[in-house]
Design a protein. Structure first.
Length: 186
């Protein structure tokens, strides 16, 4: 993705314990490769525990910004990695809900993969949207009013969604293209 250049762009990755490791690390690396600044925002103060799938512990990652002090206005875009534990924890966290909602209120790019869209149902951001996700969220998203499709990456307005770690290349390309169109090309 060397063709996408995002100097001066700052992108938040909202995550907590239980994040699916490649859904954090691969977008993080793609953001850096594009010349943008990735920032890990979390309700945890110091570190988060990533997972390989839902059962195996993977690596720890340092938190850059503690969620209660995070301001969506400081960022150009947002990534919501998946992982069942991560997504389930964040969707009921009021600070996380307000943080994510602020990106939609400002019409900033948001990308959500795998179980990440759960929080979008909590803040009313799925109704009428074409979306994808991990297959087990299909009913949740459909019941919340989304038009769920089985595609590797779906762009609907300011939102990019994707199914699982196998789709990370399409997810990253679609998201960074949208960020480029919304920030650099604006």
């Amino acid at each position: 993705m060397a063709e996408i250049s995002l100097p001066g762009v700052k992108i938040a990755l909202l995550t907590t314990n239980g994040v699916e490791q490649p859904e954090l690390t691969e977008p993080y690396a793609a953001i850096k490769d594009a010349g943008a600044t990735p920032v890990i925002v979390s309700p945890e103060e110091k570190q988060i525990q990533a997972m390989k799938g839902d059962w195996e512990h993977a690596d720890h990652f340092d938190v850059d910004v503690h969620l209660p002090s995070a301001d969506a206005g400081d960022y150009d875009a947002l990534v919501l990695p998946g992982g069942t534990l991560n997504a389930d924890t964040l969707r009921v966290d009021e600070d996380a809900q307000e943080f994510v909602k602020a990106f939609f209120d400002a019409d900033k790019p948001v990308a959500s993969i795998c179980h990440g869209p759960w929080i979008l149902t909590e803040i009313g951001q799925v109704k009428g949207r074409k979306m994808t996700s991990y297959a087990s969220l299909r009913t949740d998203l459909t019941n919340a009013g989304a038009n769920w499709v089985d595609e590797s990456a779906v762009v609907d307005g300011n939102l990019v969604t994707s199914r699982n770690p196998n789709d990370l290349e399409d997810f990253n390309r679609s998201f960074l293209t949208l960020v480029s169109q919304r920030t650099v090309g604006a």
